[in-house]
Design a protein around this ligand. Structure first.
Ligand SMILES: [Zn+2]
Length: 248
């Protein structure tokens, strides 16, 4: 194999690793953002429920005030009852008192209902508090982990970039240019092995004369179907792996 072809194969290997590391680096903060968004959603829900509880509290205070006012009205009516001489008026007043007491009872029932609602709301809030705390802990722990992972990947990437720079030095510029051009159009695989006359990039037969020239190993040959730069692989060993990589 031409030495520059061998370097190109190594470069492609390295470029694929670099791509994987770069994708990992992009994915980590994204994952963290999703966890943070979940926490923010919980906080918003918590605020809404707290407001609801405050609303119930306000209603309860108002209703209690109404009950107190009604109580006062009933007391006044009872005092007036003692001053009434006429039987008809007396009966009318008794009726009025009974009506007011009935209204007061309704309001008192409402106060009890509100207290029950508040209790349930407090319970729900406590549960939510717990969930929110767990999510906040998770975000904090994951943030730390992501920071470590990102630092690790960045260090790895910087080492790989150095290797890549060195490797590129040994490849002629026009060939590099061709490699990059094909790589962009062929999902990261610009150089492909040929086994028994078949290009492993596109699984098509190359021309018989091309196959003969390829085995001689004196010139750069590209697949007539997928344009990938070709190299000859005498034995099938290792091709499966190459194949799965080029498909990914
Ligand atoms: Zn091909």
């Amino acid at each position: 194999m031409l030495p520059e072809l061998k370097r190109l194969v190594d470069l492609q290997e390295l470029d694929k690793i670099i791509r994987g590391v770069t994708q990992g680096l992009e994915k980590l903060p994204e994952e963290l953002r999703a966890e943070n968004a979940a926490l923010e959603e919980m906080q918003a829900e918590h605020n809404a429920q707290t407001q609801e509880l405050e609303g119930l509290q306000k209603q309860k205070l108002e209703t209690e005030k109404e009950v107190a006012e009604m109580e006062e009205g009933i007391t006044t009516s009872r005092q007036r009852l003692m001053e009434i001489k006429s039987n008809i008026e007396y009966k009318a007043m008794l009726k009025e008192i009974a009506f007011k007491e009935d209204q007061r009872d309704h309001k008192e029932t409402r106060v009890l209902e509100l207290m029950e609602l508040m209790e349930a709301q407090k319970q729900a809030l406590a549960e939510q508090d717990q969930k929110m705390k767990e999510q906040a802990d998770l975000v904090a722990a994951r943030s730390k982990e992501v920071k470590v992972e990102v630092a690790k990947l960045e260090a790895e990437l910087s080492g790989l970039e150095k290797q890549r720079k060195e490797l590129r030095k040994g490849i002629p510029a026009p060939l590099l240019k061709r490699y990059e051009f094909i790589r962009q159009r062929r999902n990261g695989t610009a150089i492909s092995p040929v086994f028994e006359g078949v290009c492993f990039g596109c699984h098509m037969n190359i021309l018989p004369q091309q196959f003969i020239d390829l085995q001689k190993g004196v010139e750069i040959i590209q697949c007539p179907h997928c344009q990938r730069i070709l190299y000859w692989q005498a034995v099938e060993e290792g091709l499966e792996e190459d194949l799965s990589r080029s498909a990914s």
